[in-house]
Design a protein around this ligand. Structure first.
Ligand code: AMP
Length: 568
């Protein structure tokens, strides 16, 4: 087996690790830093920049720089960077390839494989895209491990339960840059078993940066006439300043968002006057803004506990993971609402990638820990009448498998189509279509006669595999994916804008009748505002794609909520 590293591909930053002897350890990048920004840029000469170098030139070259690309995983279509269209997987592969090269330089050996982490709620498509990006980067992805489970593994590694000790329950609260996950696990001796997991793909530190930005923009516009919305460089400078202030507020009671030497009133880049706007934000002000987002995360934690059938008071350890869980508000509210105090042994920002390194040892057999994770979504098929029949249920232990018999509905029918979906609603239209699998080469026979068994399996990376066998002939059936359920890939800017606008309309319609938390409500408004702004003024394709992906994901969330409500 090729030498394997651990990778945490984050929305904001990515990290890399290895098993040094039997100790999970971080691998610094070529600059000696632990974090590599998950940013990619392509210059007009075609040179690809990754990490800090890409981030540093983002202000000057926003059109050809992409950050937050994790949020685009699993979407089709291409992003135009440096005058060339790129698939999302290709862009992600640049980040993974850069981590691989840094690891090879540091370890002085070839690296050909990786265990990569992903948010627990990541869909089938997002996982597949990650595996493909790894393969483009020359890495065989041995396993896609759920981030909270990786954090739990790192914790078990740092404090193994003695053999024979009773069951300990662990709650992992993973609040990153763009995603939130919460997982409840039981650890017994050297076995870790996931009991339930919940997550939100649009809840992360970036939302808090955006809130702070909005606050600063309103003040700077009023007092200085600044218009960051029409000035990309200003907008990026402000976004960076807001994130720095947010991080500062985890340590101090006050922080300043400042834009030194901003120019207002310039015409075509000429004239104008220089101003130095700055805004002091206190921790109390920030916590008021952040509170709805933290409450949303706590609600998900309560739902995960409910699904696991465990009272918060019965949790033995709380493990915090992800940069955003460093906020004092997070620790305080978890303690107030759930009565839990965090363990502080491993840094929240590094615990996931250390778990990925430990996992390389689990796979090679050098780590004796056994981990049983669960399926993140319910998988099933559509049957007559548009109904969704669940086959593999959410929270079933992985690997999981289930078989179902299919037959023909017409005489001499030589193929059968199976529509595979992922979701929680009984109405197939409300679930996510994964693909239409076509069984071909069915023997000529009267309708209803052929007996074809279709086997659905979820592997340990939570990826779906479908196989089929004709029970009368014993022959394996050919299965092809007729439709991946994704939108057409190469829509131009106009088409992209049309879809974005119609998604925003759909969001509005779906919102009707649903009671949403304040944080989610604010996010919905913000997305719709951005869609409106995009319809009014020219918007870079990168941003349009990002917006479309965010809208799709929120539409999916509201559809699921509508579906859950109908089920009750
Ligand atoms: P991760 O995805 O785990 O790398 O988390 C990155 C997110 O954590 C970004 O939104 C950062 O701004 C945020 N972050 C990092 N450190 C802190 C901190 N000390 N306080 C608040 N947020 C932080």
């Amino acid at each position: 087996m090729a030498f394997a590293i651990g990778i945490d591909f984050g929305t904001t930053n990515s990290l890399c690790s290895w098993l040094d002897g039997n100790k999970p350890s971080l691998i610094p990048n070529s600059r000696g830093e632990r974090y590599t920004p998950s940013v990619v840029a392509v210059s007009s000469s075609g040179q690809v920049l990754v990490g800090e170098s890409a981030k540093n030139q983002a202000i000057l070259n926003p059109e050809s720089t992409v950050s937050g690309i994790k949020r685009l995983l699993g979407t089709e279509g291409r992003l135009s960077l440096g005058g060339r269209p790129w698939r999302v997987e290709e862009l992600v592969s640049f980040v993974l390839g850069s981590l691989r090269k840094d690891a090879e330089r540091y370890l002085e050996r070839e690296v050909g494989a990786a265990v990569i982490t992903a948010p627990a709620h990541f869909s089938e498509r997002e996982r597949r895209a990650l595996v493909e990006a790894g393969s483009i980067a020359g890495l065989e992805i041995l396993r896609v491990v759920n981030e909270p489970t990786a954090a739990a593994v790192a914790r078990s590694w740092s404090r193994p339960s003695p053999e024979g000790e009773g069951r300990r329950t662990v709650l992992v609260y993973d609040f990153g840059g763009g995603t939130f996950d919460v997982t409840v696990l039981a650890q017994t001796g050297r076995e870790c078993r996931v009991l339930a997991s919940r997550g939100d793909g649009r809840l992360g530190g970036a939302d808090l940066d955006a809130e702070l930005c909005r606050l600063a923009v309103s003040v700077f516009r009023r007092d200085f006439g600044l218009e960051p919305e029409s000035d990309r460089i200003l907008a990026q400078t402000l976004a960076d300043a807001a994130e720095r202030a947010k991080i500062e507020l985890s340590e101090r009671e006050e922080a300043t968002i400042g834009i030194p030497f901003a120019v207002v009133g310039a015409v075509n880049g000429r004239g104008g006057r220089v101003v130095n706007p700055s805004l002091t934000v206190t921790r109390a002000m920030f916590e008021k803004i952040a509170s709805p987002y933290v409450e949303r995360s706590l609600r998900l934690a309560e739902l995960a506990l409910e699904e696991a059938g465990i009272e918060a008071s019965a949790i033995d350890s709380l493990v915090l993971s992800g940069g955003s869980s460093r906020m004092p508000l997070v620790r305080r509210r978890i303690q107030e609402r759930l009565g839990l105090k965090a363990e502080g042994r491993i840094s929240p920002a590094e615990i996931v990638v250390l778990g990925a390194a430990a996992w390389t040892g689990i796979i090679s057999g050098s780590e004796r820990l056994k981990v049983v994770d669960v399926v993140s979504r319910t998988y099933g098929v559509e049957i007559d009448g548009g109904l969704f029949v669940p086959l593999i249920l959410k929270n079933s232990p992985v690997p999981a498998s289930k078989s179902r018999m299919f037959t023909t509905v017409a005489d001499n029918q030589d193929s059968v189509e199976i529509h595979v979906l992922q979701g929680e609603s009984r109405e197939a239209a409300l679930d996510l279509s994964l693909g239409r699998f076509l069984l071909t080469g069915v023997q000529a026979a009267r309708k209803g006669k052929p007996r074809i068994r279709v086997d659905f399996g979820i592997d340990e990376s939570d990826i779906l595999h479908v196989g089929a066998v004709d029970l009368d002939t014993g022959k394996a059936q050919a299965i092809s994916i007729a439709d991946l359920g994704r939108g057409p890939g190469d829509e131009g800017s106009e088409e992209l804008l049309r879809k974005t606008t119609s998604l925003a309309d759909r969001l509005f319609a779906l919102r009707d009748g649903l009671v949403l938390e304040r944080g989610l409500e604010a996010e919905l408004d913000e997305l719709c505002d951005r869609a409106e702004a995009a319809a009014r003024e020219p918007t870079a394709e990168v941003e349009l794609r990002m917006l479309k992906a965010e809208l799709e994901s929120l539409v999916g969330e509201l559809l699921a909520r509508g579906g859950e409500r109908k089920k009750r």
